[in-house]
Design a protein around this ligand. Sequence first.
Ligand SMILES: CC(C)(COP(=O)(O)OP(=O)(O)OC[C@H]1O[C@@H](n2cnc3c(N)ncnc32)[C@H](O)[C@@H]1OP(=O)(O)O)[C@@H](O)C(=O)NCCC(=O)NCCS
Length: 118
Amino acid sequence: MNDCCHFQDQGGIFIGDNVLIGHNTVLATIDHDLDPQSRQNHYAPIHIGNNVWIGASVVITKGVSIGENAVIAAGAVVTKDVPANTVVGGVPAKIIRQLPVLQMEVVSPQPEGRRLLY
Ligand SMILES: CC(C)(COP(=O)(O)OP(=O)(O)OC[C@H]1O[C@@H](n2cnc3c(N)ncnc32)[C@H](O)[C@@H]1OP(=O)(O)O)[C@@H](O)C(=O)NCCC(=O)NCCS
């Protein structure tokens, strides 16, 4: 995780393995009512899958899930779920590229050397 990130975690933030998070990323798990007379809090969790790379200055809003291996381009505002193995960018973020699906091999540290594919 790089500098100056802000995680507003009251709604819950779940981050997988091997995730890269660029400078100034904001994870916002709270919204408020649009009605100015009632700015109540609304919470929902953010889920970030394994091997996700989040570029610099990305904002992710409440309730968003980011699928494994996805890349979030610099400056994106992510308001909807991101499918695995995609690159998304822009405001609001849209798919800009589909990535090849890789089978990553993890060699377990267990003595029997069990290997997991995911
Ligand atoms: C997304 C990124 C990884 C490039 O991915 P890519 O698949 O190689 O993308 P390309 O450069 O081929 O561009 C593909 C399209 O996405 C657009 N695009 C690229 N980066 C974008 C961004 N940050 N926001 C919006 N659109 C973007 C390009 O303009 C291009 O659009 P076009 O097809 O209409 O011309 C790169 O632009 C990026 O944002 N990297 C993050 C850098 C960073 O934050 N580093 C800090 C360290 S974590």
